[in-house]
Design a protein around this ligand. Structure first.
Ligand SMILES: [Zn+2]
Length: 271
């Protein structure tokens, strides 16, 4: 049932969104016991927006105050409801400047790395903004050092995979930021897709290890093609070898990963 209480002053509300299968929903989180931040104005569907608004109003009915809605990044399955939800609730949108530059909805406050968002309550909550680019240029996470909880956005997911699209993604930055999340020693990560993740450090490090393994396969496949006389192998040519352990049905998505890794290698002077 929704909404669900995750911890003292953290609640989860999953709304149906047009997201990357097999995920079907995007999680919103209500942070704070009296003053409240709502994360991810995600759903573009009218029925889900009504349920979301009802949830937000139920928080107000408990005497809590909605301070702002925060978007972790600009992808449509995270901000698809921003206009309708903000209009209905009369609260401002907060996001990173790189997100503000990519969406039509006005952003009232530009969140920066290191900002601390203090929420008044019986016990005040402090959420620190972490700018974690890679999946998207303006991606932010929110870190509560007292609860040791991190709102993770699309840095990790407990259902589906995280796509690094070379168009607006950056594999090198993404891996750096995953390593940074791994150093938080978080107790729980709150992803945008899937269930909350207990002891997420293992997962953060696992994601980095998995990507590095894949990158090693890409480098090896490219070297083999070059040895075979192909001077500059394309991502399409590298793909079948580098993803020989993955069903071909997933190759269209995998191709984007190959491109993101090739871009990273070029950026690192390993063309
Ligand atoms: Zn995304």
């Amino acid at each position: 049932m929704r909404p669900r209480e995750i911890a003292r002053s953290i609640a989860l509300f999953a709304a149906r969104t047009p997201t990357l299968p097999p995920a079907t929903h995007t999680n919103s989180y209500a942070l704070g016991a009296r003053e409240v931040l709502l994360v991810e104005p995600a759903t573009p569907f009218a029925d889900e927006q009504r349920a979301w608004i009802e949830w937000a109003r139920s928080l107000e009915a408990e005497g809590r105050r909605l301070v702002a809605v925060v978007a972790t990044h600009h992808h449509p399955d995270h901000v698809g409801g921003a206009d309708a939800l903000l209009r209905a609730l009369g609260v401002p949108l907060w996001a990173h400047a790189e997100t503000a530059a990519r969406i039509a909805t006005p952003v009232a406050r530009r969140l920066e790395d290191g900002d601390t968002l203090v929420l008044d309550g019986p016990v005040p909550d402090a959420w620190q903004v972490l700018h974690t680019p890679g999946h998207a240029p303006g991606h932010v996470c929110l870190w509560n050092a007292d609860e040791r909880a991190v709102v993770a956005g699309d840095m990790v997911a407990s259902v589906g995979t995280i796509l690094i699209d070379p168009i607006d993604g950056d594999m090198r930055a993404y891996l750096e930021q995953l390593e940074r999340l791994g150093r938080l020693d978080a107790r729980v990560a709150l992803p945008a897709h899937g269930e909350p993740i207990d002891q997420p450090t293992v997962l953060f490090r696992g994601y980095v290890a998995h990507r590095k393994k894949r990158e090693a396969k890409i480098v090896a496949a490219r070297a083999a093609l070059r040895a075979g006389g192909l001077a500059s192998p394309t991502a399409e040519q590298i793909l079948p070898e580098a993803y020989d352990d993955v069903p071909a049905s997933r190759w269209p998505i995998a191709l984007l990963s190959v491109k993101a890794h090739l871009k990273k290698l070029a950026d690192e002077g390993r063309p």
